[in-house]
Write a protein that binds this ligand. Structure first.
Ligand code: PEP
Ligand code: MG
Length: 324
């Protein structure tokens, strides 16, 4: 499939109206990394670090993780890699951790909640990341931040770890960016102050959608019931875009929808400027973006809303059919 898009691999995802959309890839295993070259991704917008924990039968050691993260950075050849700290719980249960036996794991003790309550593993991971960077730029992203305080607490852990590493004589990252995933509707309505403070945000559409529509992403019966291009969900994304524009907070979208061409086009039309997706989706998404004018898509979205459509999908599909 990548061969099909080889001719545009090194070209930007520039739309007919002149907007350039950054396309990055999601990864998590070493085997994903060769795709960074092949897909034309501009970097790794989401490195799911939990995958390395999930494929083992015991907790990895710090030195092991540091080596692994160093290899990730080596193979990125200077392209930005966004390392998301451990996102466990819910659907991702470590075989060597006591299961929580919670009635609603998706709403339970997961991700940053575990990281902050039992900071040992998170500290080990932060140390491993700093040592892996070894003087190179480092980008860290915290999963499942539902309220600003969780970001500040996690950020404080980073600062403490940096100070400790410095005392131990390790070289510090050349630059350090610390961001958060926006995966719960609550964070979209956090204070202006939070939007100013957070260094970047990435919308985790998979989780955000499941909480917005109260529809379990793992439950086949309900998960496809609500369209991403539903006008309510698009309004939420627009709200986030507006707030980030006002505070000049870099924003990306890294859920599965980023890799679906029509969804990606609509996200770009409402102002998302960086999308992170599985590598195989970069070609198809770029190909469509390069053939479209976002102003036309915006107009079609506005008309659909005006008419009272539930989802903008039919109208956008029609626009694309007319475009040929
Ligand atoms: C998301 O929730 O959209 C996301 C990118 O994270 P994950 O799919 O790993 O939960
Ligand atoms: Mg998520």
């Amino acid at each position: 499939a990548q061969e099909r898009y080889a001719s545009i691999r090194d070209k930007p995802a520039k739309t007919l109206c002149g907007a350039t959309i950054g396309l990055t890839m999601n990864a998590g295993l070493m085997a994903d990394l060769p795709s960074l070259e092949g897909s034309g991704a501009e970097g790794v917008g989401l490195f799911r670090t939990e995958l390395q924990f999930l494929i083992r039968n015991q907790m990895p050691k710090r030195t092991e993780l540091a080596e692994l993260y160093a290899r990730v950075l080596d193979s990125a050849h200077g392209k930005r890699v966004v390392f998301r700290t451990l996102d466990i719980g819910s659907d991702k249960v470590l075989p060597y951790m006591k299961p929580n036996d919670e009635p609603n794991p998706a709403l339970g003790w997961r991700a940053i909640r575990v990281g902050l309550d039992k900071p040992g593993v998170m500290r080990m991971q932060l140390q491993a990341l700093i040592r892996a960077a070894n003087g190179r730029p480092l980008t860290i992203m915290f999963p499942f931040i539902a309220q600003a305080e969780e970001y500040y607490a996690a950020r404080a852990e980073v600062d403490k770890t940096i100070a400790r590493e410095q005392r131990l004589g390790h070289s510090l990252p050349e630059t350090l960016e610390v961001g958060a995933m926006l995966e719960t509707p609550s964070l979209a309505f956090a204070t202006e102050r939070f939007f100013q403070d957070v260094e970047f945000l990435s919308i985790g559409g998979n989780d955000l959608k499941q909480f917005f529509f109260a529809a379990d992403r793992e439950n086949e019966r309900v998960r496809r019931r609500y369209d991403t291009l539903n006008v309510s969900f698009l309004s939420l994304i627009e709200k986030i875009v507006e707030r980030c524009e006002r505070t000049e907070t870099p924003l990306s979208f890294c859920g599965e929808d980023a890799g679906r061409p029509i969804e990606a086009l609509c996200l770009a039309a409402i102002g998302i400027r960086t999308l992170s997706m599985r590598p195989a989706s970069i070609g198809p998404v770029k190909s469509l973006l390069r053939r479209c004018n976002l102003m036309d898509v915006r107009r079609v979205i506005a008309d659909a809303r005006h008419r009272g459509d539930q989802s903008v999908r039919p109208a956008v599909m029609e626009l694309l059919r007319n475009q040929g």
